[in-house]
Design a protein around this ligand. Sequence first.
Ligand SMILES: Cc1ncc(COP(=O)(O)O)c(C=O)c1O
Length: 401
Amino acid sequence: MSLKSPWRSDFPALSALTAEGQTYLDSAATAQKPQAVLDALLGYYASGAANVHRAQHLPGERATRAFEGTRTQAAHWLNAASPAEILFTRGTTEAINLLAYGLEQLFQPGDELVISALEHHANLLPWQQLALRRQLKLVVLPLDDRGLIDLVRARELIGPRTRLLAVSQLSNVLGRWQPLTELLALARAQGALTVVDGAQGAVHGRHDVRAMGCDFYTFSSHKLYGPDGVGVLYGRGEALARLRHWQFGGEMVHTASYQAADFHGAPLGFEAGTPAIASVIGLGAALDYLGNLDQAAVAGHEAALHLKLLAGLAARDGVRLLGEPELALASFQVESVHNADLAHLLTEQGIAVRAGHHCAMPLMQTLGLSGAIRVSLGLYNDGTDLERFFGALDKALELLR
Ligand SMILES: Cc1ncc(COP(=O)(O)O)c(C=O)c1O
């Protein structure tokens, strides 16, 4: 089966990379952008850049309309109750830092923050540092062998002292949807706030934050075929109202004097200074692009590629998969081969995959590994990318063994 991607030609970078001899299999780190997103970026700059929410002139009005248009689109995309529940941040990392700072005053020494053993540093370090600042306890939910947060242990560990649960929707290392429905219900039953890191999950299918029942959900545009420098933080209205302001400056105040100021609520009160206007507009184009695709066809193509990836890895001696990935990516390690050596030989052959700890050092320690190779897929990848990867892998292993 050739597994051709019908969307590959929408992405000019794919032919540029192929011409350079590069096979891009690192979309979980950042995704390539379709022409529609490039057009939106150029269109904004070429028609006249202007600041948003400030100017009465035509370019300012046009930029504000496009910028706010993306907010409305993002609200629809996630089925938020209102565009006012959508905050633009620099990305998932900034969104979680905003939460860890903005919610800090709600916690008392001895309160518990619950995360899981598979969290990316972005959903670990902000909570760890908050716990250190406020003498909170950071509780870590363990995993089972498949790479799922263990619900039996979660039932024991999420309790009356739990004030917040922050977990990933889809692991960037293990490639499994996490049991969010059950976890969020456990946290809600304790009256705890809930945060979902959608950095990896957001791009696979559509996610309904109200059906999910979380207080906060965040993702980065650059992993969703949009520009970098912008991310979305959804907050349920009542949860957003509990957030303390965190960055201060232009366009986030009602009134200001030398001695005091009166701040806007969400979203503008949390978007101090000039935002990443072009990137927000480009994110709108990415959401349009994705929204117009046949979701079932995309999911089917990605699933077929993923099966091919897993089958190819399983067919090779000494390859150990991390967990049981179910979509999008596979991380692996090869017996008696150091992942850095393997990564080096793959890179030399033009294979762009990720190697190392994947910003999840504690997870790697839990798995007893210093690192792993991760192959991740985008909707533009096709069977030939995987064939090139496996050809290069075989050559590298021949050299290393
Ligand atoms: C699960 C997860 N969370 C958070 C992040 C951080 O995203 P960003 O670097 O876009 O802020 C990543 C990035 O790889 C991720 O995979």
